[in-house]
Write a protein that binds this ligand. Sequence first.
Ligand SMILES: [Mn+2]
Length: 466
Amino acid sequence: MFSKDTYIKRRKELKELVGSGVIIIFGNNESPCNFPNNGYAPFRQDSSFLYYFGQNRDGLVGVIDVDNDIETLIGDDIDIEDIVWYGSVDSVHDMAEQVGIQNTAPMKSLKTICNNAMSKKRKIHFLPPYRWDIKLQIFDLLGIHPNQQKEEASLTLIQAVVKMRSTKSAEEIEELERAAVIGYKMHTTAMRLTRPGLTEKYVAGQVDGIANSYGAMVSFPTIFTQHGEIMHGNPSMNILQEGRLALCDAGAETINNYCSDNTRTMPVSGKFTQRQLEIYSIVEACHDYTLEVAKPGVKYADVHFAVCRLMFDKLKELGLAKGDTEEAVRAGAHAMFLPHGLGHMMGMDVHDMENLDQINVGFDEEVRPNLEQFGTNCLRMGRRLQEGFVVTDEPGIYFIPALIDDWKAKGHCAEFLNFDKLETYKDFGGIRIEDDVLITKDGCRFIGKDRIPYHPKDVEEFMGKE
Ligand SMILES: [Mn+2]
């Protein structure tokens, strides 16, 4: 948690941006796993609630009456039975005081607050809910059916939250640096353990343990797989095999819920083959190129396409691609290899604010998403970069057998791709290299003082150590 002043200032700015009405920001509740008292652990608070109200406990709601400048933390104090099982916790009044809020009220009063506002036809601002219990709560409070809640959510509030959370303050950047330290430990652990004979799940479990030991949790379910070409490949009981590549995409959350997100791809044997090295070097060059071009004022979509053109040029040298690079990228031919965007915003959520809808977070009036073209429709971030933004830089090259078959059968982008050569890469897997980038005053830099090894020589040297 930050100081009281941070939360007071944030709510003050939010009130100015929203202008009028009643803002309701729902905190999360415990989420049952297989029976009510066995919840998914650890508890994860809603990030916008954390941003404005700071408190990391279930069963809280923050209400801001903008017109009358009244802030209320709503929640029920725990009773003696809960204290017996879980220990004593701060009262709602104490929690409010810690974040500079004057008023508290029990949960049942939320209905009265909403009824009063609705009877006076005042605007009630809420964010699009993503958990079913909150959807039911909104249905109960405001009478809006869960199917309508995304549309009925306040665009004014969404835009205000996005504006504020997109630019990271100095204290937030410190938290992100802390997350990077944990991320470094996670990835170097994976690199140290990876060898033929172990299961993917074993390595992934050790990586998760690091995140749990040093912070709050993993920032998303760890990907550790020899099938790097499957974007979200869950770790399986498959045994790591000599000659394969293992892709590890994993991140940590600090105790204050700021994230890291890195990917490394390593040879299971500890040494890249020539064919692996050729593809790896292209991804490495693309990854490093982002650092040269990303800066305030530049559209991240343009950085993405610049990286795609560099990648395509180099794939032509290997004989996997052909034709005019500009035309090929315009036609979306690069998506055979890179079917996702170069990166996404990162902060308290690993895909920061994705619950507020990507069109509101990664795009704006000027830069609209292209929802038509395969690959390009997966861009999560396109708009102009600003100082203080944090985005991921995660180019990859994948050989997806089903996609090769599909495009080959349709003749899709046939003038830009060498399908005969692609056939010989169907057993390759995929490579991604990912780091987190802070946009600075006149350029950008990686977050994290220690770079997780990614230059091929460094990876091999690290894996060769006892
Ligand atoms: Mn990522």
